[in-house]
Write a protein that binds this ligand. Structure first.
Ligand code: 6PG
Length: 247
């Protein structure tokens, strides 16, 4: 497994560079295996990437009907709530492209089939992953992850019990330090069940978390962003403000 750190001059260039690589990764996956599985993220850089993807003229080169979209985490709010990662993805990306609706796998909202039972909603998403994956989680091609200022990825927060769950693919998260408090998240082993994991971070507010994740201090717990990795490659997309001085 290799790790590469890519530092860009600003968040716009970061989004454009990640978009170009994502288009190539998806085209390559569809050519090699007939389909691609991409895990989307919420957050500012994830949304910027999706907007750049929708605006890219190269996006027409992709057979979007062969691409599955998943979410690494979701805010457990009603379907129409603007806070929902899915809603943000639909307005920036999914409504703009010829996607196969059946392959866009949103996590359930709090007014979905399980109502406000977040455990049941998480179990429903786990079952969907297993059903599409033929009994196991699908082999993701690219998993996109924003990085929080505390080093969280998806809705796996430092020090919270969800971080170490190894016997479930999807969990309910309560008392998230980032609002809203109730969320659904893929677990660490599932985020790592991806050929490539791409972490996205920009701004000075992320610099400390990025530095700690890339170079954990001996004796300190490793941040979620430092634990997650792709099976083949882990890419860090940073801007100059979030990047460690040495990179
Ligand atoms: C969410 C997330 C979360 C996010 C990071 C980074 O639903 O909030 O998926 O993990 O990606 O908090 O978000 P920003 O880029 O907005 O700081």
């Amino acid at each position: 497994m290799t790790r590469q750190i890519l530092v860009h001059p600003d968040p716009g260039t970061l989004a454009a560079a990640a978009t170009a690589r994502l288009l190539t990764a998806v085209v390559d996956a569809v050519a090699a295996r007939g389909q691609a599985h991409v895990v989307l993220t919420g957050g500012s850089n994830g949304n910027a990437l999706m907007a750049a993807l929708a605006a890219s003229s190269a996006a027409t080169a992709v057979d979007w009907g062969a691409v599955h979209f998943w979410w690494g985490d979701e805010r457990f709010v009603p379907a129409a709530d603007d806070d929902r990662n899915e809603k943000q993805a639909r307005s920036t990306l999914l409504s703009q492209m010829p996607f196969e609706v059946a392959r866009v796998h949103a996590m359930p909202p709090s007014d979905g089939p399980d109502g406000d039972d977040v455990d049941a909603a998480a179990a429903r998403y786990a079952a969907l992953l297993a059903s599409v994956g033929g009994g196991a989680v699908p082999q993701f091609d690219v998993t996109l992850l924003g990085v929080g200022p505390d080093g969280h990825v998806a809705s796996l927060f430092p020090g919270q019990p969800g971080l170490t769950v190894g016997d479930a693919s999807v969990i309910a998260v309560r008392e998230s330090p980032k609002p809203p408090p109730t969320r659904i998240s893929m677990t660490m082993p599932v985020l790592c069940a991806s050929r490539e994991v791409w972490l996205l971070a920009s701004g000075t507010g992320k610099a400390q978390a990025v530095a700690a994740a890339l170079s954990p201090s001996p004796g300190e717990p490793v941040l979620p962003a430092g634990r997650v990795h792709g099976e083949q490659r882990t890419l860090w997309f940073l801007d100059v403000d979030s990047a460690p001085a040495s990179s």
